[in-house]
Design a binder for this molecule. Sequence first.
Ligand code: NAI
Length: 286
Amino acid sequence: RGKRAFIAGVADDNGYGWAIAKSLAAAGAEILVGTWVPALNIFESSFRRGKFDESRVLPDGSLMEIAKVYPLDAVFDSPEDVPEDIKTNKRYAGSSNWTVKEVAESVKQDFGSIDILVHSLANGPEVTKPLLETSRNGYLAALSASSYSYISLLKHFVPIINPGGSSLSLTYIASERIIPGYGGGMSSAKAALESDTRVLAFEAGRKHKIRVNTISAGPLRSRAAKAIGFIDMMIDYSSANAPLQKELSAEEVGNAAAFLASPLASAITGAVIYVDNGLNAMGVGV
Ligand code: NAI
């Protein structure tokens, strides 16, 4: 049987989640995605209208299929956690069962189990503010959406991930080196995500034989990255200074994700894998 993957954080065809879905589909996996509730309608209608058809093409010429799109808001674990203003919000009222616990239950009902879990989402409402000017709420919101969301996803999906399965997230080097402009506690959120990758690898490995890794990706002009405001500069900086002087394509990250999810990586867990044209290895720009 082919493998089944659930990828949280796909809402268009520009980000890493989409590219990872494609690489996994090309390797024969069945694809389920979790899409942020407020972005669901536009994603589904664009998909139906054929807006993504060009970027759905797989190496064998066929189009990537998505077996099911689940509405998801990874900031809420179960219905009890959802505040009134969100419940009654127009963009949420049309969807149901989108808390993490409910999504895992729906996937279990629909498909029974999965083999691969991917977390490709982040959000920091104050990302454009320096850390020194970040509010407590902004900081905690960044950690909630970008770090705890992963713990919650893994916690709720673990019972339906087959032994030998693999879990993956996306991180950024701002966790360990100073990247001015990556603010609002997002650098802190990535540091937490990387530390949690090690602890979760231990816990999920011992208990469930599941591997847990994170990809530290180089800059990509995704919707989320454009919102931060310095992505073009980061791409130019990387092209100028990295060992490999080419623009990073999302597909290169997708392919690394497919490798990490495959039996070829059966002894790799608890790792931060750099897919960044080698930029992380530089000490100075030259
Ligand atoms: P993206 O915009 O394609 O993906 C982010 C997704 O998160 C969006 O689909 C958004 O709808 C979703 N999202 C936000 N809040 C959510 C919530 N509460 N519940 C569910 N979904 C939610 O952008 P990108 O850049 O591909 O981001 C994917 C991952 O890659 C993120 O973890 C990001 O930090 C990471 N990354 C991105 C880099 C870049 O340069 N684009 C570099 C290194 C890491």
